[in-house]
Design a protein around this ligand. Structure first.
Ligand SMILES: [Zn+2]
Length: 265
């Protein structure tokens, strides 16, 4: 009997290694199906979305090019238009990287950042820095930008994300409202958002939410379209198909789009 179990373990590990083009994972044992999500740039409403990786993306909205949390050096942005706006949500390396900003920001770029990021920014970054903190708004280059809180609950000084430090953002232009949640739990400030057309929602443990928590939050504020992003966690990818199922079971009117935010894995 014990031999059988041992054999099964060996066979299963073999399969994991042979099939191992993805990160070796324990639980949750979810693999992103690249074939079902090969669209790298899509247009939702009048907003063009290009996922780069994890939390990093390029949006084109009202004729403006917006880089969100650009990290990874200049290579991921090669061939893309230079940024009119750069949004940084938080101080962590997967959202903020001075070397990348030094390479990609231009004299006429406006960088929207929370104070905690501004405090750590390199003096060599070109462009104008506009500090925006939770609840504040600014209009830049025809786009209205509002900083939304992002934090972990229950709140604790030891949390990965403490309230007030980082920003989620709502961008508004030409009648479209886009919500980029940042690294956050399913906080009340998210659930009470209104009239969101396109939402980007993180789901990865232990940093943000489970797919169940993310689905519950999304069903509460009912964006027209939702994109899971930032869905690689400590134990591999979150099950974004399950997220889609949960959202659509509760509210079939919300369109869940699964974009490939991990083209290099
Ligand atoms: Zn993050």
């Amino acid at each position: 009997m014990k031999k059988w179990i041992f054999l099964i373990i060996i066979v299963l590990s073999g399969i994991a290694i042979v099939g191992g083009t993805y990160i070796i994972q324990t639980k949750p044992n979810y693999r992103v199906d690249k074939n079902s999500m090969d669209k790298q740039t899509i247009t939702e409403n009048k907003v063009r979305i290009t996922p780069i990786e994890h939390a990093t993306m390029i949006l084109e909205m009202a004729g403006r090019i917006i880089y969100v949390d650009p990290v990874g050096g200049e290579q991921p942005f090669a061939g893309h238009k230079t940024p009119d706006l750069i949004l940084v949500t938080d101080i962590h390396y997967d959202h903020f990287d001075n070397q990348t900003l030094e390479k990609i920001s231009r004299e006429n770029t406006i960088l929207i950042v929370p104070q905690a990021v501004a405090d750590q920014m390199s003096k060599k970054i070109a462009g104008e820095i506009v500090v925006l903190n939770n609840g504040e708004k600014t209009e830049q280059k025809g786009i209205l930008i509002e900083a939304i809180p992002m934090y972990n609950i229950p709140e604790s000084p030891q949390a990965f994300h403490t309230k007030g430090r980082g920003n989620g953002y709502v961008l508004e232009a030409e009648g479209d409202r886009v919500y980029i949640a940042g690294d956050t739990s399913n906080i009340p400030e998210m659930k009470t958002l209104k009239n969101i057309d396109i939402a980007f929602i993180p789901m990865n443990l232990p940093y943000t939410m489970t797919v169940e928590e993310a689905a519950e939050a999304v069903v509460a504020f009912k964006p027209k379209i939702v994109h899971p992003y930032h869905y690689r966690g400590e134990r591999g990818f979150s099950d974004i198909n399950k997220f889609k199922e949960l959202v659509n079971k509760a509210d079939p009117s919300i369109r869940v789009e699964l974009l490939n935010f991990y083209p290099n894995q």
